[in-house]
Structure formats: C-alpha cells, structure tokens
Unconditional design. Structure first.
Length: 237
C-alpha cells in the first residue's frame, strides 16, 4: 500500500506541551491557598477539569480556554472574593505559556526530514490558530510540512473533511499522535490508519478505551524514531 499523506499532531507528539499545563495547575493551587481556599490538590484538579470540559464547546482547546476556565474556577471557589490582583497572576501565566520556548521530543527533526523527502506531510493540530502557528514557526519544523491544518476539534467528520479537501483516499492516509481520543480513534472511524505514541504526560480527557473495530487499523510505538518501521510495514501490505 502506498501512503498519499502522512499527518502529525503537534502538542505532546512533536513538542512538549502538557507539562506547561501541569505547572499552570500547580501555580493555580498556590494562588487559591493564598486566598484561603482549603481544598486538596485532587479536589481542585477535579473542579478545574469539570470547568474545562464544560467550556470546550464554548472556548475550544488551548491556553486561552484553559486560563478562562481557571479564572471561572477561582471565582467559583472563592465565592467571588478573588481579587483583580490575584487574577492578574493567572493572566501572566497565560502570557508565559503562549510565549514559552518550544522543546522538541528526541529524533523529531531527523524523522520528519527523512519522511518529507518521500511523502507529503501535514500538521493537524488542535487549538488556537495564532498560538499553534506560532509554535510551529518557533519549532523550526515548518519547512517539513506541505500542509498545515489547525482545527477546533478532532472528530471523524473533521478528518474526513480535510481528506476530501485535499483529494486523499482515507485508506491511504496515516495520522501520528499521542492521544487516542483525538489522533487515533477518529482517524480509524474515518477510514484511515494511525500510529499512537503515548506521551509521558497527557491530559486525562484524551484517554480512551479502544473499541474492537479499531484494532488492526492502528499501531503503537514507544517513540517517534520507530515510525519508519511502521511505514515500511504498511508499504508491504
């Protein structure tokens, strides 16, 4: 089988991302402790996750959505007592997250450089358009990608629309990412192939059970440097 398009997720597949959110949550817990909120770390985490998930349909994914959810949670947990000065700290957190240095995972540049010589590559990443394109530019990887798609959600319908727009048969499409919920299962449902590269840190919302029909349509590897082996195996099918 010949692949006509290979696509990659960005956050926590090509570069570190989730650790920034973990650090942001820790700073948020310290802020709440400073204004007298007496809750365990687990309780605060649960409230933040609850707010984030409720807001996804309104704000989408990304730093702006995360920080708005932190502000909403702070107002709720303090019954409105949180001050503008306290909230300024959350705004500063957002600016820091939006401008921090991009750190690639091992072998990313080498693997992409090798693949781009033989295949058209696409970045399909989820989140805020400005932030995601800024990350790509600062990563130094833009020249590796022929196409870039920044989407609000990753669903079978979104993947199908992208493939239709580019004239790609789903059975000749391969997606690589760290999230089963976003990068693997919807691609399989759309008729494509996928490679799952689990990240050491990942948002619990991206965890998912794999249904029986997905087995055989995706592969799991420990690191990106194993990807060429998967592509060679697919080429022999």
């Amino acid at each position: 089988m010949t692949l006509d398009l290979i696509a990659f997720d960005g956050d926590d597949t090509l570069w570190h991302n989730e650790r920034s959110y973990r650090e942001g949550r820790e700073r948020f817990r310290r802020l709440l402790a400073g204004v007298g909120v007496v809750l365990s770390a687990e309780e605060i985490e649960a409230r933040v996750n609850q707010t984030e998930l409720a807001n996804i349909q309104v704000y989408g994914y990304g730093v702006s959505s995360f920080v708005l959810s932190l502000i909403e949670t702070a107002i709720s947990l303090t019954d409105g007592r949180v001050t503008g000065s306290d909230l300024r700290g959350i705004v500063e957190l957002a600016k820091q997250m939006l401008t921090e240095e991009i750190e690639l995972f091992p072998a990313v540049r080498e693997v992409l450089t090798t693949l781009t010589a033989s295949y058209p590559l696409m970045l399909i990443t989820k989140g805020d358009l400005l932030h995601q394109t800024s990350k790509l530019d600062r990563s130094g990887l833009r020249d590796c990608f022929r196409f870039v798609e920044v989407v609000s959600h990753k669903t079978p319908e979104v993947y199908s629309a992208i493939l239709s727009r580019h004239g790609i048969d789903p059975n000749r499409f391969l997606m690589i990412g760290n999230a089963l919920r976003s990068d693997v299962l919807p691609v399989v449902d759309a008729g494509g192939w996928a490679v799952h590269i689990p990240a050491a840190l990942s948002w619990s919302h991206e965890h998912a059970d794999v249904p029986p029909h997905a087995h055989g349509r995706y592969f799991e590897v420990a690191a990106l440097d194993r990807l060429p082996d998967v592509i060679e195996a697919l080429a022999r099918t």
